[in-house]
Design a protein around this ligand. Structure first.
Ligand SMILES: CC(C)(COP(=O)(O)OP(=O)(O)OC[C@H]1O[C@@H](n2cnc3c(N)ncnc32)[C@H](O)[C@@H]1OP(=O)(O)O)[C@@H](O)C(=O)NCCC(=O)NCCS
Length: 132
């Protein structure tokens, strides 16, 4: 398994195909109305891809807050490649590449990050919506 920085020419097609097959939560990125925006986001974020041979098996997409923090926005490993620490390695390569920055992940799967031993810090509020 190899992890490297995303390359639009080499990875975009495979990555968009990959997320198309991942159900509702991810197809929101590949729907026609937003896929151009997501392609742009992939290219302009810190995006890593994980390959087993020629097969794309996962990726992470993160944003850099001007050198202060890094926020992981998307992390995905396809079903058939799960359980091989690819998710963990995609996360770890951020700390390796950006040793002086704190890396946060916007979690949808708290149990996973807990299991990996990451420290919980704060929570997210949606400021465009008020609680009923
Ligand atoms: C979460 C995800 C990235 C993990 O990738 P992975 O490469 O399989 O993870 P790792 O190999 O590093 O870790 C596997 C371990 O985490 C556990 N794990 C995986 N997903 C989990 C979850 N949602 N909740 C709790 N534990 C989870 C596995 O059971 C396994 O445990 P074990 O080591 O005791 O056997 C992958 O399951 C995935 O893409 N899920 C769908 C997308 C998603 O939820 N992304 C995160 C959004 S913030």
């Amino acid at each position: 398994m190899k992890i490297r920085a995303y390359n639009k020419d080499k990875d975009e097609y495979k990555l968009m195909k990959m997320i198309e097959g991942e159900g509702e939560e991810w197809t929101c990125y590949s729907d026609n109305s937003v896929s151009d925006k997501y392609r742009f986001a992939l290219e302009n974020s810190i995006t890593y891809v994980a390959y087993e041979g020629d097969n794309l098996c996962g990726y992470s997409r993160s944003i850099n807050d001007c050198g202060f923090y890094i926020y992981v926005c998307d992390l995905l490993v396809i079903q058939m490649c799960r359980g091989k620490k690819i998710g963990q390695k995609l996360m770890e390569c951020l700390s390796t590449e950006y040793p002086n920055q704190i890396v946060y992940v916007m979690s949808d799967v708290d149990e996973y990050y807990k299991k990996k031993g990451f420290k919980r810090e704060g929570s997210i509020y949606e400021v465009t919506k008020k609680s009923p």
